[in-house]
Design a protein around this ligand. Structure first.
Ligand code: PMP
Length: 383
């Protein structure tokens, strides 16, 4: 039985074309981009060329791009850097990824004042809420673009417009970059993070875009690379991989989107037909604030998410629960909790994240396997 991979929000497979573009930088072009000689210069040209290509695609300028080891580091860099000193105030949405939520919690422990902004039942932050939540001391607002569990997409432009001038705005766009057009300057945010492995690039590379003129406190020290913002020898092959993956994503965005949207429709239709009751957690296609086309979060009342996950794995379906697993115990998803979903929905929520690499027949096969597992678990909940 062939495994059907429906966990593309966790990570995506590296495209052969990306691996091919990276290959010369492990072998022939091996120089350190900081070296003054010709071997180093070749590596530096590739590095800076990739930085320019990335900046061009994302509506940024090259010196606004700082490469990091991924989005976790980029989020930490932005948050620790932009937050002021106590009693400064931070506003954060309750549906952020742990790589945003945890650094903010650390800052709260150091005495900064943290408030969560409200999200509605589809997971959207209403822009007018910012007007009432900000204070004179608000130094930082952190709200993501696309949600990793439900796919809901925030209206960042409106949220930025509703904030006071002095407050900085960090946007974690890790699930959105490469899936929808993201334009850094147009959004108006101070910083924006993303990661290559979510868009068929290599693991271990991401970036933080930082608006020109904003001071950045580094997290680590020890060199002058990347204007001292993120010292350390730049991983040229990984950076080239990120640039190539992003170029392919932008080149094929419309085709990929159309295909994935068709798959999402077929998948949802089939599950609604064969698996009732099912409840979609997040926006329906076509609803205001409709989200990332590849993400579906669905509750299967009558099934337990952990049993579903295990049995779907046995049935060759790779997906994930809508809950974070910690120390062997299932904790209810903070994202779904913030949306006010009922306990039964929380306990039976699964995340399916699709990719343009999937075919219609794979989606059909996957829905059939899911329906069979669901039926069995509802009849024999202890299995
Ligand atoms: N933010 C979001 C929204 C994510 O989904 C992820 C990855 N799960 C991250 C940040 C962290 O990215 P990375 O794996 O590159 O550290």
């Amino acid at each position: 039985m062939q495994t059907i991979y429906l966990d593309n929000n966790a990570t995506t497979p590296l495209l052969p074309a990306v691996a091919e573009a990276m290959r010369p930088f492990g072998e022939g072009i091996y120089g350190n981009p900081a070296s003054a000689h010709g071997v180093g210069r070749k590596a530096r040209q590739a590095l800076e060329g990739a930085r320019e290509r990335i900046a061009g695609l994302l509506d940024a300028v090259p010196d606004e791009v700082t490469f990091t080891s991924g989005a976790t580091e980029a989020n930490n860099l932005a948050i620790f850097s932009l937050a002021g000193e106590p009693p400064a105030h931070i506003l954060v949405s309750p549906i952020e990824h742990p790589s945003v939520a945890e650094p903010v919690r650390q800052l709260a422990e150091r005495g900064l004042v943290v408030d969560e902004v409200h999200v509605d039942s589809s997971g959207l932050v209403p822009p007018e809420i910012l007007g009432v939540s900000v204070r004179d001391e608000t130094c930082l607002i952190a709200i993501q673009l696309g949600n990793h569990e439900t796919g809901v997409v925030q209206d960042i432009w409106k949220l930025v417009a509703a904030k006071p001038h002095a407050a900085k705005f960090h946007c974690d766009a890790t699930q959105a970059v490469g899936k929808m057009p993201v334009r850094f300057h147009e959004l108006g945010v101070t910083t924006l993070s993303f990661s290559a492995h979510k868009l068929h690039g290599p693991k271990g590379i991401g970036a933080l875009l930082l608006r020109r003129g904003t001071r950045l406190k580094p997290l680590i020290w020890g060199g002058h690379q990347q204007q001292g913002r993120r010292p350390g020898t730049e991983p040229v092959a990984l950076v080239v991989g990120l640039a190539t993956a992003l170029e392919l994503a932008y080149r094929d965005m419309e085709t990929r989107q159309r295909h994935v949207l068709g798959l999402r429709r077929a998948f949802l239709h089939r599950l609604r037909k064969d698996c009732q009751p099912v409840i979609l957690n997040g926006p329906e296609e076509g609803a205001a604030g409709f989200g990332l086309p590849h993400t579906l979060n669905i509750s299967f009342p009558g099934c337990q998410a952990d049993a579903l996950l295990m049995n779907l794995d046995l049935a060759g379906i790779a997906c994930s629960t809508g809950s974070a697993c910690s120390s062997g115990s299932l904790l209810p998803s903070p994202v779904l909790k913030a949306m006010g979903v009922s306990a039964e929905r929380l306990q039976s929520a699964m995340r399916f994240s699709l990719s343009w690499l999937l075919s219609e027949s794979e989606i059909d096969d996957a829905s059939g396997r899911i329906a069979a597992v669901c039926k069995r678990l509802r009849q024999h909940p202890q299995v």
